[in-house]
Design a protein around this ligand. Structure first.
Ligand SMILES: Cc1ncc(COP(=O)(O)O)c(C=O)c1O
Length: 401
């Protein structure tokens, strides 16, 4: 019906690359096969008990059952501001510089919707968490990619990044208005130090663009690495916002609690668009999220230790299977280079074959953009026993193919 009515916006979204892997996975499970699944960054652990208890307690109170506040209840905005003060020694005004979102993804998408005009240009790393590009594409903007390069300790290659950034700014018309950064980086796990943001903020002020930084994995860092925030840089608030989430830190992915903080002009735009679009997240969830941020933080050490331990087990057992991988400094992933022998088939085909023949699921690097080709993303969401089993299956696959 109505062939003349086209949904142009939806046509700008390509077919989801991960969909074909998901379809095979579903089919295998329906056939009763056990898939060892490293494909999604979906934490497998339980939310800490004290947070669940607070949710239950506040859900009993009728006053919490009505519409909430679209930018988030004051106490949660204050808890976010206090988290930044404790962790990074930076100050935010909870009214004008903090907005609560239904997961950081929702905050990011609505922020981009609020601040982007059709035809704008944004600079985003490649590979990337897909919505980092497609939020702009959905809003009629264009994205210029900067390839992510790193050293053998998974640190960003600054010189390559800043040289590409300079070229992209010079060669793109109209001049880019936005630069998106995400460190620890999904999918590569690459990290930066504070001096990266010093350089970036400096360039943003000179070249006149806004920065959106995503630190979803801020708390999941290993050994002595600590995730910096862009706001540790003096004056960053003039040009930047940052998104953060409770999904990974407290195993709360399904609860949908995140935030965006920083530049009041951008935060004001997000708060305004959200006031038109939604009535705010379920109040008991916001109260429990406040307790997550304000309450005991030792649960984070346990969650972190679990991912670090799994990374160690996976690297050791995959090495025995003949596959060398690098240790991440942060996040809940390993970014694995596909063994030489299988490079030519590409990451999507490699993932399909290994899924069908070894019953192990990974995310193909190409799903994160062209520069992800040749790699797979391995999410550390299976336990030790299943990691070792996956390694055995893969060893067999390598032998037979
Ligand atoms: C880099 C990055 N940002 C944001 C998100 C979204 O997190 P949420 O919407 O659960 O806060 C994810 C989820 O995997 C992510 O990897």
């Amino acid at each position: 019906m109505f062939n003349e009515i086209e949904f142009e916006k939806i046509k700008r979204l390509p077919k989801y690359v991960f969909a074909s892997i998901n379809e095979i996975k579903l089919q295998m499970r329906q056939n009763g096969e056990d898939v060892i699944d490293f494909s999604m960054g979906n934490p497998d652990g339980a939310t800490p008990q004290h947070i669940i208890d607070k949710l239950c307690e506040s859900a009993q109170k009728p006053k919490n059952h009505g519409y909430s506040v679209s930018k988030g209840i004051y106490k949660l905005r204050l808890a976010v501001a206090n988290w930044y003060k404790r962790k990074y020694n930076v100050d935010f005004n909870p009214d004008t510089e903090v907005c609560i979102s239904m997961g950081s993804k929702e905050g990011y998408v609505h922020l981009v919707q609020a601040i982007t005009n059709p035809g704008d240009n944004a600079i985003v790393c490649s590979p990337a968490y897909p919505i980092h590009y497609y939020a702009f594409i959905l809003n009629g903007a264009n994205v210029v990619n900067i390839p992510i390069k790193w050293d053998n300790e998974m640190n960003l290659d600054y010189e390559s990044y800043f040289s590409d950034l300079k070229k992209s700014i010079q060669n793109t018309y109209p001049k880019p208005k936005f630069v998106v950064v995400n460190f620890p980086h999904n999918p590569t796990t690459v990290v930066v130090q504070k001096d990266f943001y010093e350089r970036l903020v400096n360039i943003a002020k000179k070249e006149r663009f806004y920065i959106i930084s995503d630190i979803a994995y801020a708390e999941l860092c290993f050994d002595d690495f600590k995730t910096p925030s862009i706001f540790e840089v003096e004056g960053a608030k003039d040009v930047a916002v940052e998104t953060y989430t409770l999904s990974k830190t407290y195993n709360m992915a399904g609860w949908r609690v995140g935030c965006v903080v920083g530049n009041p002009k951008m935060i004001g735009a997000l708060q305004k668009i959200k006031s038109w679009i939604d009535y705010g997240m379920h109040t008991p969830t916001q109260i429990a999220a406040t307790i997550a941020l304000d309450g005991p933080q030792d649960c984070i050490d346990e969650i972190k230790a679990k991912y670090e331990h799994r990374a160690k087990v996976l690297i050791e057992s995959f090495k025995n299977a003949g596959w060398e991988l690098s240790k991440p400094k942060a996040s809940m992933f390993i970014w694995g280079k596909i063994p030489e022998k299988y490079q030519e088939m590409g990451s999507l085909e490699f993932c399909k074959r290994i899924l069908q023949e070894a019953k192990v699921a990974f995310s193909p690097g190409i799903g994160f953009g062209d520069n992800g080709e040749g790699y797979v993303r391995i999410a550390l969401i299976e336990n030790d026993k299943r990691i070792r089993q996956a390694a055995k299956n893969i060893k067999q696959f390598f032998r037979n193919s």
